[in-house]
Design a protein around this ligand. Sequence first.
Ligand SMILES: [Zn+2]
Length: 498
Amino acid sequence: MHRRILAPGVLAAASLLLAIPASAASYSPGAPGIGDPYYPDYGNGGYDVSHYDLRLKYQPATDELEGTATLSARTTQDLSSFDLDFLLDVSEVRVNGTEAAFSASGQHELVVTPKTPLAKGTAVTVVVRYSGVPSTKSAYGFTAWHRTPDGAVAADEPEAAWWWFPSNDHPSDKATYDVSVAVPDGNQAISNGTLQATASQLGWTRYSWRQNKPQATYLATLALGKFDVTTGVSEGGVPVINAYSKDLGDNDGAARASVERTGEIVDWLSGYFGPYPFSAAGGYVPNTTTGYALETQGRVFYSPKQFAKGANVSLIVHELGHQWYGDDVSVKGWKDIWLNEGFATYAQWLWSEHEGEGTAQQLADYVYASHPADDPFWTVKPGDPGADNQFDDAVYDRGAAAIQALRDEVGDTAFFRILKGWPTAHAYGNASVADFQKYAEQISGKPLAALFDTWLFQPTKPAAAAASRPLAAAKSGAALARPKSWKKIESAHEAHRG
Ligand SMILES: [Zn+2]
């Protein structure tokens, strides 16, 4: 229900009626959610952000974060008020230079009411001054702000922004970023994109990062602490910036032996997915107790635990695969998660093939054969898994098997054209599973509705006819050998929460 900006009593005042356009009655609050059925409160209605400028200061000893966020946005409806998603303590909000009223609401909403309502299509500058101790804030009983012995890191999916900057927190509203953070001398601040400048003054060093390509809010990351930073350029010309916590202990060697291959893997993936879409690549390994990785744009977040058994290049391939599938082309809604995880997993299958540790077909056969028809694995629909199953194994493994089924159906030539053409077709934008099906049909010239329905939208194991090659293996009754690459591929499933 929308609250009207003009109370009936005010409407009766003739002088005001003259001053306010007839359409003023249509001014209403922006919705507290952007309309994603998986997460009704995530993102907000009524505006679209094009740029975030975050100027922050962080004290590792106390976990105090303070600063100013400036958002450049445009309204998409007549707005009497609008929401931002945020958890820290706000001291002031200005809209187009004028102080605005604000209040906290719900689990993570900051409701902003500008002095003057905003007409649809208006450019808006929102300034939010804030401070707080992010580790003391939680929403829905959890936190995405991870304290480390020497600082903190923000990286999680689908929510991570609430703990460090106010946003329209949904991947459908992508924006560019300038993230500038001052930390005590001897510490570093790591974020997305390229390092534009560092400056030291009075015991504080400021790191200014720029992400010059549109980025989803959950792909924005911040790490604060003591890091060893390495820089280089890939053979293909992509600048690489990596960072390692200085206290990774026994995991330090394996972490570096994996993440330092970023440039090589980026170039290798470019052969399948097209030119690398961002100004720099890289990864960072903070000293967290988390067990997952996240494809934060241009600067992947890795957990030390993932290198406890040695180097894991397959994991690097997965996260870098996301730079095209997930980051460059982002989901329209969270139900489209297969476009991220299916393809990042398939990138690992291609790497396995490259390394002689099992072909993509052998991996697909293995997935098909190792889950009997009554395995709940097949009840998860990768094309619309539901919020609870967004990161279920099926989204990854059945999801990648679906891609192999597509390859079988359209043949290698069309398949690899699709794989490489898709990121360019939707560069820096958003797309849905339906968009992908349409694109694959267009490139291959084949109707694919039945194949997509069988592999992505039915809660059952695809029948023999829909899985011709896996059937051959299943029919033989012989137990399929587990491809050598399997364990490392599976370890990337912990790439996300749960
Ligand atoms: Zn992933």
